[in-house]
Design a protein around this ligand. Structure first.
Ligand code: THU
Length: 144
């Protein structure tokens, strides 16, 4: 019997898991990690940051995009891994919330890529293109 092959994006998934350890999520107890892979191999990660004013929570994906863009990134987004805390068998993989889909779309659209989103669950990693998560997206070109 051959060994199961590691996931092709195992390093990116591991980066998202590591990032989740930095989450500030005392209100939801739902730490999330996100890791962005760029076309030059760099990975930029983020975790959710909550607030005593609950509605002001920042999602992991948004924090990661903000970090990348503050570091000068304007496109080149190849893949995104998102991990959540529910890892009991049968739990659903975590998918980016609607706002994060829009935030990811801005960075992706700047470079004309359609990143692969890796939604990490306990049993499987669900892979979906951002364009499938956010069809008919409103983006930078919509303002032209
Ligand atoms: N959260 C994320 O970080 N990303 C998502 O895509 C979904 C939700 C966070 C927000 C909040 O801190 C916690 O998960 C529970 O909703």
């Amino acid at each position: 019997m051959s060994e199961p092959q590691p996931h092709p994006h195992a390093d990116l998934i591991a980066a998202a898991r590591r990032a989740a350890q930095g989450a500030y999520a005392p209100y939801s107890n739902f730490p999330v990690g996100a890791a962005l892979l760029f076309d030059d191999g760099e990975v930029v990660a983020g975790a959710n940051v909550e607030n005593a004013s609950y509605g002001l929570a920042l999602c992991a994906e948004t924090v990661a995009v903000a970090a990348a863009m503050a570091g000068g990134r304007r496109g080149g987004l190849v893949a995104v891994a998102v991990t959540g805390p529910r890892m009991a068998p049968g739990a659903a993989p975590i998918t980016p919330c609607g706002r994060c889909r829009q935030v990811l779309n801005e960075l992706a659209a700047l470079g004309g890529t359609d990143p692969l989103v890796l939604c990490v669950g306990p049993d499987a990693v669900q892979e979906v293109r951002l364009s499938a998560l956010l069809p008919m997206a409103f983006g930078p070109a919509s303002l032209d």
